[in-house]
Design a protein around this ligand. Sequence first.
Ligand code: G3P
Ligand code: MG
Length: 254
Amino acid sequence: MQLPRYIAHRGLSKHAPENTLAAIQAAADAGCEWVELDVQCLGDGTAVIWHDESVDRCSDGQGTLIDMTRDQIRHLDVGSWFSPDFRGERMALLDEALSLISALELGVNLELKINPGHDPVELANTAVHRARQVLPLDRLLVSSFDMNALESARAQDEKLALGLLYEAIPRRWASDAQRLRPVSVHADWTQLDQERLIEIQSAELALLCYTVNDPERFASWWDHGVSGVITDDPALFDSRYQRRTRGDGSRKPR
Ligand code: G3P
Ligand code: MG
């Protein structure tokens, strides 16, 4: 699988409310080829694109996802907190996000986000099943901090591309890799360690770093074998990804 050099974090979250259909569309409008999105389940089992444990930070409501149903979240405005331009944006269901990604011919790094009280196996089973119905293998990368979630994902599909997600890469990464057979390791770039990077390169796995919004400070890491970054704004790295006007309907040539 050809992993991209730039992945738009939570969609193009510099320019649109994170993890929304608008952020996916904005990424495509800017010419991005891949987006990273967080997926988790509501209390009624509906899979949605959302990062936090609660809706408090990024909506006009309050409450934890695990206590909410699909009907309840559909009433939330998840755009106004970001800008009045996005007023009325609704929380994206996983199925809606996958349809849009498919229509826009994007790739997705789908992060299985296991917040407290959530079941990693339920999420992995639901999300991987849905994603595989819609997207081809070469445009889907499933990652998680939760190794149990990745284990369930692997059990579902032997060919699925997996990414081991860590903050600082732990010594045990190699045993995780042996068990889960990932294509990539994802790490917090502020906690990179050269020794681990050499090990990952020797194992011929890709290393993706998050969330990189300071190209100058990051620059030297490219020489240490980093293959890509997850960033709120790929245009920080390459001006060809300049944002276009929202919803102008056009795509930049690849
Ligand atoms: O997948 C990389 C990155 O998204 C992990 O951190 O908290 O932004 O989901 P977070
Ligand atoms: Mg994430």
